[in-house]
Structure formats: structure tokens, C-alpha cells
Design a protein. Structure first.
Length: 302
């Protein structure tokens, strides 16, 4: 009898202890991971040579760029390199190679870090869409209004998220452009992925900042409707455009390439070139082909 009572006491004590531990775990404050850009800045500051790292001021904040001076007898201009979102200026998909290789062809290069993506940018808009689809007393209004459906307001990436990224990227780009313009009147921009996609939208709007050439690497927009419009937008871009894509790119990119060429023909954009590269994008031979295509395109222009 005594042993049974002692066993019950032990079980009760253990149960209380487990409950207390569970309560402490549940009540612990959530600590968010550091932003992606902070990790990239820390790596660049720690690993890159100090004379390569330049801090550019945009508004009240700063962002880092990697600077490499031209290393040929003739100075041909400045290249601004912009990686894809959630990528780095030292990525092995061409950025890190080009920022050094183009120095040998007479270009000074600035490879910028990209801003963080605000995945919460669309929350308010989504909530508004849902609220607008119900009656004033929180009851569905079935008289004239269509009921909300998931596909009606949510796409691959919400357009507000893309707009937020575009706004922050353009702020950095304009600040870096002013720095580049102090060194040369001949400015070339090379951008990847989504960064290239939002810049194509920007240049199609007759942007104030004039560049001599824009080179797009696997450009697309991660929003279904906006990516479909990118084909027509490409034909309206003011600067000369080299549109490079890889055979291993996603269908979102590959399916639009023929439409881009059709729109270019319709709008008579004669300074548009489209080039396909085969093989892995991080292979040394691929980097050499990429550099050759870019240098050949630029030499035909100036």
C-alpha cells in the first residue's frame, strides 16, 4: 500500500514537471533569424578585400557593393552587376566571374547587394480582399457579389511583394548609378532573374537614368500575370538589350522567349539580341561563353 502511494506521488510530480516545462517552452519568446542581407554583408565584410568593399548611401541606410577597377589599356566604361533576389554578388551563376572578367575588357565593375524580400507586403491587401467579399455584418453577401476564392487573389508570388522589392531595388540602383556616372558616361547594367524582370519594367517606362546597354540573364517575374506581360515590355525597353537565357532555365522563362521575339519584331526594336547558352550555368566553360557573348554584344555597340 505504501509503495503504491509513493508511486502515485512520483507520477504526479513528474506530470507537474512536464507541464511546467511545456508551459515554459510555449511561453518562450520567438527569436526571428537575422535578415538574409545581414548575413551577406557580414560575409562580404569578412571575406572580401577591404579595397573592394564600398558602402553606398541610399536614404538613411547603406548597402554594400563590390568594386573592381578596369585592368586594360583602354577604359571602356562602368558595369553595374545586380544579382537575382535572394542571391549574392558573388554567386557562381555568372556574377562573380563577370565582375572580374569584365575588368580585363576595360570595364570598372560595381556588383551590388540586393534588398531583402518583404513577404508580408501583401498581407494587408489580401485581408482587404477577403473583407470586401463579405457583408457588413460579417455574413457572406450572396446577393450580387462573387464569393472569394483562393485563386482570385493569391498567385505564385503576390504582386505587392514584387512591387515592394522593385521599389527598394530601384532606390539602391539609382544611388549606385550616381556613383557610376561620376566615373563614366558609358554605363552598362547586367541583372539576373527577378531583378532583371523588375528593371525591364522600369526601363520600359522611359526611365530618367540613361544607360547604354542592358544585359538580362534569365529574366522573369515570379507573378503569373506580370511575367506574361514581360514579353511585350521587353520590346519597349529603351537601351540596347541582350537577352541571355540558359537551356536549363525554368518553363516560366523558356515559354516566353518566342513571344519576346515576336513583340520585338512588331515594335521594331532593332537593338535587341537573344542568345541561348547550353550546359550548367556554374561551369567554367559556361562562364567563358557568357563573357564572350557579352563582350561581343558591347563591342558591336561601341
Amino acid at each position: 500500500m505504501f509503495i503504491t502511494q509513493m508511486f502515485k506521488v512520483i507520477i504526479t510530480t513528474l506530470s507537474l514537471g512536464c507541464a511546467l516545462i511545456s508551459f515554459q517552452v510555449l511561453s518562450a519568446e520567438y527569436i526571428a533569424p537575422p535578415p538574409f542581407s545581414k548575413n551577406i554583408d557580414a560575409d562580404i565584410s569578412r571575406l572580401a578585400q577591404s579595397d573592394e568593399v564600398k558602402s553606398i548611401l541610399v536614404g538613411d541606410t547603406e548597402f554594400l557593393t563590390l568594386y573592381s577597377e578596369y585592368m586594360s589599356a583602354d577604359f571602356r566604361g562602368v558595369v553595374i552587376l545586380i544579382p537575382d533576389w535572394q542571391s549574392t554578388p558573388t554567386n557562381n551563376s555568372g556574377m562573380n566571374f563577370l565582375r572580374k572578367e569584365l575588368n580585363n575588357h576595360g570595364y570598372t565593375s560595381y556588383a551590388m547587394t540586393v534588398p531583402d524580400i518583404d513577404w508580408q507586403a501583401a498581407q494587408d491587401d489580401t485581408a482587404k480582399t477577403i473583407n470586401d467579399s463579405v457583408g457588413t455584418n460579417n455574413e457572406p453577401d450572396t446577393s450580387t457579389q462573387k464569393q472569394p476564392h483562393h485563386a482570385d487573389y493569391v498567385e505564385q508570388v503576390n504582386t505587392e511583394v514584387v512591387d515592394n522589392y522593385k521599389l527598394k531595388l530601384l532606390a539602391r540602383y539609382e544611388a549606385l548609378y550616381q556613383q557610376a556616372a561620376m566615373e563614366s558616361d558609358n554605363i552598362v547594367v547586367i541583372a539576373q532573374g527577378t531583378s532583371a524582370g523588375v528593371l525591364l519594367e522600369h526601363y520600359a517606362e522611359f526611365a530618367d537614368l540613361k544607360i547604354n546597354a542592358f544585359i538580362s540573364l534569365s529574366s522573369y517575374l515570379p507573378n503569373t500575370k506580370r511575367n506574361a506581360k514581360l514579353s511585350q515590355i521587353t520590346s519597349l525597353v529603351t537601351p540596347a538589350l541582350l537577352d541571355i537565357y540558359f537551356a536549363t532555365d525554368s518553363n516560366d522563362i523558356l515559354m516566353n522567349l518566342k513571344n519576346r521575339q515576336r513583340w520585338v519584331n512588331r515594335n521594331a526594336k532593332f537593338d535587341y539580341r537573344q542568345r541561348q547558352l547550353f550546359g550548367l550555368r556554374d561551369a567554367p566553360q559556361q562562364h567563358a561563353r557568357l563573357s564572350k557573348e557579352i563582350d561581343g554584344f558591347l563591342r558591336r555597340l561601341f
